[in-house]
Design a protein around this ligand. Structure first.
Ligand SMILES: [Zn+2]
Length: 277
């Protein structure tokens, strides 16, 4: 290798790293001032990189493993979200169920025999009307605040459904106990079954419609199904009305499953709306 024919930078770097097997490069670098200087520069860079690497701290473990989210704090957070809904849900929601069930109990004083069927007829529609008002811009006074919160609207809706359904079931159960105890309305369980399925199904339909469109549509459809039920009680009813109405107004596993599916659809719709917003 002639003096003017310097090895390439790569070759010099490899020589510095000790990987050069080329004897010609070795000889040239020792003889050539320019290449020796270049090799010295590579060597300095190499040793400072090595020193720097030694000073670098060990990478920290990833945040989730460093601070594990404890299960009890999650439960506490979920409980807080659910409890917060009690004060946020409108008074009308609580009132709708209570007033309607109260009317049912008042009717008990008028007529003993009809109290059971009347109670079963009235409880679901009150709950469904209340349910239509648990969520949405029109119904929820805290809608904007809820939207700005780090908790997703889906979680908010699920928490409200839990709170309001729990309340409806509790009021319905108390009303049933009262009707069964005071009047001659038949067994507790059979009266419970008379309103439980319709209450869940009507409430679910009402929530879905209020989420997809407006609360008044949820209330309107609940009232329509209710009036069809009343019409179906009449001896002059058309058979067409009776079949779907009787299906809605009985507690069957299918009806409960349908209610749960409709509720899940409402929760899904809220999540989608949030994503689009
Ligand atoms: Zn050279």
């Amino acid at each position: 290798m002639r003096a003017e024919q310097h090895p390439s930078a790569d070759e010099i770097a490899a020589w510095v790293a000790g990987g050069a097997s080329d004897a010609a490069v070795d000889r040239h670098v020792r003889d050539c001032v320019r290449c020796e200087r270049q090799a010295a520069a590579w060597s300095t860079l190499r040793s400072s990189l090595a020193a720097w690497e030694m000073r670098l701290p060990e990478p920290r473990p990833l945040a989730p493993t460093q601070v594990p989210v404890r299960a009890d704090s999650r439960v506490r957070q979920a409980t807080a979200v659910v409890l917060a809904q009690i004060s946020v849900v409108r008074r009308q929601v609580w009132a709708a169920t209570a007033v309607v069930v109260g009317i049912g109990c008042l009717l008990l004083a008028v007529s003993d025999a009809a109290a059971g069927p009347l109670f079963a007829l009235i409880a679901p529609v009150g709950a469904a009307c209340g349910m239509a008002m648990i969520y949405g811009r029109d119904a929820d006074p805290a809608y904007e605040i809820s939207q700005a919160c780090p908790v997703s609207m889906r979680t908010v809706l699920v928490a409200r459904l839990l709170v309001v359904t729990g309340y409806d079931l509790a009021v319905g159960f108390l009303g049933t106990v009262l009707v069964v105890t005071v009047g001659a309305a038949g067994g507790l369980w059979s009266l419970m079954l008379a309103w439980l399925g319709p209450l869940l199904l009507l409430s679910a339909i009402s929530v879905l419609l209020s989420v997809l469109y407006r609360p008044w549509l949820g209330i309107g459809v609940a009232l329509l199904l209710w009036s069809l039920r009343v019409a179906a009680l009449s001896p002059a009813r058309p058979a067409v009305v009776a079949v779907p109405v009787n299906w809605i107004w009985t507690t069957t596993p299918t009806a409960v499953l349908t209610a749960v599916t409709v509720l899940a659809a409402a929760v899904f719709a809220v999540g989608r709306q949030e994503k689009l917003a």
